[in-house]
Design a binder for this molecule. Structure first.
Ligand code: NAD
Length: 413
């Protein structure tokens, strides 16, 4: 066993995953270095202003002022760390295939500074084999000569931004490492931060489990989005159907329809799975079909909204309420509101939007609720939207969130 090293953690990437992890680790007694390539973000964080909703400025400032946390653009700072976690984005490229550019550059960034006996963990979501086939070869090739023993594990992050119940601490953490020593170290590290740690036999199991979790959500959302269209065509209230089915005490889990799927995870991760299937000579047709159904959903929503407007109006004014991909966050990555807006415009509509948590969206700014419109689409039930104001004006609202009931001007998706 190695000599005891100080509890210094380096986290690569200070976004929705990395910064909350940093604060959880500070709470658990770690000294944390947050490395990020985005200099303006590092300056903002070190100035005590949190870029993510789940971390308050006060919490961040407290961690900084007690000397337990600092952000940096300098990869050489990771030399001090006994544990390095990688929390950088794993998006899709133009062909909607895995783009591991940032993950590779994070691995290459830390490699020259990894000290002997350091544990390197990937928390980024990716296909099975990423740790073993991509990250480890890069680190081993570029690491200092003296860093003979480096330990590697995968512990995919499951955080759900905006969730007031589940967080880094109380969400069970999957840990799968490449060998016994790495597994022991990774379990010890996560046990110091999380309430529950689930040990799996290999990094590939942890990587695959993360893809399964998010693909499970994608296909169930697609199922209910398709089912909603069938019910609507037959004038059946899909929400009453879902409530009815939910009375079954086993074997059913309710999902609700919506404008589509958004964010960095649900629309993206299942395509890592379909790509991985193709690499192995297989296919994931069911997942691909679910992806397609969800991507068509904004068009269906637009058509439903336009059907509520008098056909004589040639250039209807449509207000989209809530453009973030889910309530409680200002995150517009992959938001289906983009396709919704584009399709409405293609149909000749004039489109404006309102979202109290989003100051700017794709170079446009929001309007207030006095904006005259022919129909409003409640895409995301964002806290702070004064929906009563619209209702009192008698505006027709297509509610895609199942949150408004009992108003004659509100039509549920
Ligand atoms: N956001 C979520 O809800 C969520 C939940 C679970 C898992 N994940 C996964 O976690 C990973 C990170 O996602 P996120 O939402 O935190 O992303 P994010 O965009 O919020 O933050 C990532 C940060 O990494 C920085 N960065 C990019 N490349 C870098 C590099 N080479 N070196 C240092 N910093 C770099 C960016 O500047 C950014 O600040 C992804 O794989 C994602 O799929 C995200």
């Amino acid at each position: 066993m190695s000599v005891q090293r100080p509890q210094v953690l380096a986290i690569i990437g200070q976004g929705y995953v990395g910064l909350p992890l940093a604060m959880a680790a500070v709470d658990a007694g770690w000294t944390v270095i947050g490395v990020d390539i985005f200099a303006a973000k590092v300056t903002q964080i070190n100035g005590g202003s949190s870029p993510v909703e789940d971390i308050s400025d006060e919490q961040l400032q407290a961690a900084i002022s007690k000397g337990a946390y600092k952000a940096s653009t300098d990869f050489s700072t990771v030399t001090q760390a006994s544990v390095i976690t990688i929390c950088v984005p794993t998006p899709l490229d133009q062909n909607r295939e895995p783009d591991l550019t940032l993950l590779r550059s994070a691995a290459a960034g830390i490699a020259p500074y990894v000290s002997n006996e350091t544990l390197v963990v990937s928390e980024s979501t990716s296909y099975p084999g990423t740790l073993r086939e991509i990250i480890i070869p890069i680190v081993n090739q570029l690491k200092p000569e003296g860093s003979r023993n480096i330990y590697f594990a995968c512990a995919p992050e499951r955080v759900n931004p905006g969730d007031v119940v589940w967080n880094q601490k109380n969400t069970p953490r999957l840990v799968g490492a490449i060998d016994e020593d790495s597994q022991t170290r990774a379990l010890t590290f996560y046990e110091s931060i999380c309430d529950a740690v689930v040990s799996v036999s290999a990094p590939e199991v942890a990587e695959a489990a993360k893809l399964l979790e998010n693909t499970f959500r994608l296909v169930n959302i697609a199922l209910i989005n398709e089912f909603t269209q069938l019910c609507s065509a037959s004038r059946i209230d899909v929400h009453e159907v879902i409530d009815a089915a939910s009375s079954k005490p086993y074997g059913f889990m309710p999902f609700r329809p919506g404008v589509g799927v958004g964010g960095h995870c649900i629309p993206v991760d299942p395509l890592y799975l379909t790509w991985w299937a193709r690499q192995n000579g297989g296919s994931a047709a069911f997942v691909a079909s679910a992806d397609l159904i969800n991507r068509e959903m904004p068009k269906y929503v637009a058509q439903r909204a336009l059907s509520l407007i008098h056909p004589g109006i040639k250039n209807p004014r449509v207000l989209i309420l809530g453009v973030a991909y889910k309530p409680g966050v200002g995150d517009v990555r992959e938001t289906p509101a983009s396709e919704l807006r584009d399709y409405l415009k293609e149909q000749g509509a004039e489109v404006a939007w309102h979202d109290p948590l989003v100051p700017v969206w794709e170079d446009s700014i929001p309007v207030d609720l006095e904006w005259e419109c022919d129909v409003a689409i409640l895409a995301t039930m964002q806290p702070g939207i004064n929906i009563d104001r619209l209702i009192s004006r008698g505006v027709s609202i297509l509610d895609c969130t199942n949150s408004l009931t009992g108003e004659s001007s509100v039509i549920a998706l």
